[in-house]
Design a protein around this ligand. Sequence first.
Ligand SMILES: Cc1cc2nc3c(=O)[nH]c(=O)nc-3n(C[C@H](O)[C@H](O)[C@H](O)COP(=O)(O)OP(=O)(O)OC[C@H]3O[C@@H](n4cnc5c(N)ncnc54)[C@H](O)[C@@H]3O)c2cc1C
Length: 596
Amino acid sequence: MPSYKAPVADTMFLLTDVFDLQRYENLPRFAEAPIDVVEAVLSEGGKLAEEVLQPLNLPGDQEGCKRLPDGSVVTPKGFKEAYKAYVEGGWVGISGSPTYGGQGLPHFVSVAINEYALGANLAFTMYPGLTKGATDALLAHGDEALKSRFLPKMTTGEWTGTMNLTESHCGTDLGLLKTRALRQDDGSYAISGQKIFISSGEHDLSENIIHLVLARIEGAPAGVKGISLFLVPKILVNDDGSLAERNKVSCGSIEHKMGIHGNSTCVMNYDSAKGWLVGEANRGLNAMFVMMNSARLDVAVQGLAQSEAAYQNAAAYAKERLQGRSLTGAKEPGKPADPILVHPDVRRMLLEIRAFNEAARALMIWAALSLDEAHESPNAAARQTADDRLGLLTPVLKGMFTDVGFANAVKAQQVLGGHGYVSEWGMEQFVRDARITMIYEGANGIQALDLVGRKLPKDGGRAATALFAEISDFLGQNKDDSALAPYLAPAKTALDQLRQATKWLVENTKLNPENVGAASTDYLHLFGLTALAFMWARMAKAVLARQAAGTSTPELDAKLALAKFFGDRMLPQAGAHLAKLTSGAETLMALPAEAF
Ligand SMILES: Cc1cc2nc3c(=O)[nH]c(=O)nc-3n(C[C@H](O)[C@H](O)[C@H](O)COP(=O)(O)OP(=O)(O)OC[C@H]3O[C@@H](n4cnc5c(N)ncnc54)[C@H](O)[C@@H]3O)c2cc1C
């Protein structure tokens, strides 16, 4: 059976030593979150993940969800009780708006806890995760009547939420969507159409499910300019908040799929279902983007979380499994063989995963703190900078964390050899579960296009210019610190390469628009590696400061070793990305379609 331990101590190190949480004390939500409270909340969240959610992960995968003939869906044994505990513990609304019953803690708390819950049980945690995204969209774009009727129970998680974009002929290209909305005399809309692949579309965890649905109002323009967003409850709700009759929305079937078996993936049929417009007509994508951005960060964390869970199990196995002898002579001569951890190639796999995980966690926390700053800073310029940074980092985190998260789950599986391939050890589940994260919430190719095509040129490149300057300033300010030098040099090289790549993009986009698409995925990974190198440089500085103050622990030594490993053995990949992307679109587009 696999196990999982929430990395609370690592999160706390980031908050106290790297990002200096006290710096954020002027933000209103942080008044309720002094460091000791944060630590207590994270520890409790970690306990819930380890003790309640993780034991359900493997059996939930084996049992899966079932659709009954009446269209209802039953989640795996234990999910219902776990969800009740999740809601009663206040975890769904931990960072939710206090106006609607949320606890109002900073967003980074919710993101950190989300990592633990997702590491313990990805399929389960999607139910509250989507609910939070739907709540955010409604909070930003719903009118007061909708908010007061739906938000109190969605914020606490008593009612869950979904996002309905995809149709059978319409995935990435939302301009193709056909679901219709017909205005009714009472101001509501009758929604008709079919959505596919809807996560958590039907289940038995909550008494009501609130669907956010993209549809086209009769007579609306074609393409993305004619899409509106609607709130469609599974069960209609009276003005006083009590439940009324069943709405005309039903689950036609559930998918049989590669992973996340404990999460229902539903075909949803809307047969003149009653819905209400959220935000302005024909501006539905704008409103849905609030949910999509929230979900993209959530999916990024899914990638990291699977990588962490897979790492922990592979590392434990490598310490126990006896095969072969160390190349420098037996390390455990009393045993028939040495543990496989003595072999450099096994260490390579484990260290590549861990050096990614720890820097990715830092980047995730930095992005989450940016979210708090963007919402709450009293200073308009600081809000703008944080919002720019978050917007720029969102596709990088989603694309890189999930590409690497999946690759890391495979690496961790490799550490177990054949035992990684069979179900009993749980490693193949991490691989299967991690695979979807690269596909949904905008397939990773689309994240890369979003980065190079939208986020980079936006506002004359303001966000990227500011981020590059932030990294450059850090490197400049610390350039005379000889102890830190080995950790800064690789980050400087990567930043130079990223700047070259950015310049190349600016110059070569004009020459051939396909250069952008051809460069996009390599650019995203080069960007991500540079950001991780910046995180390692900042973590190394924090460790050296602690050590200079007299603290010496194996954990601090390990951080420095990982920082060095990252610079020596992982960051060189940045140069390969630069070489590939600057080769342009020509070789990609050379073959005619008939040659494929
Ligand atoms: C388990 C599961 C859960 C899901 N949950 C939800 C959900 O809750 N709600 C929801 O609305 N949807 C959901 N989806 C749908 C998911 O978001 C889509 O599958 C995804 O957006 C891709 O759409 P598609 O499958 O139609 O692929 P397509 O759009 O057909 O794309 C196929 C491939 O072509 C690439 N591609 C397409 N266009 C371009 C382009 N212009 N440039 C470069 N590459 C391109 C894509 O990156 C992809 O690799 C889920 C899917 C699955 C499998």
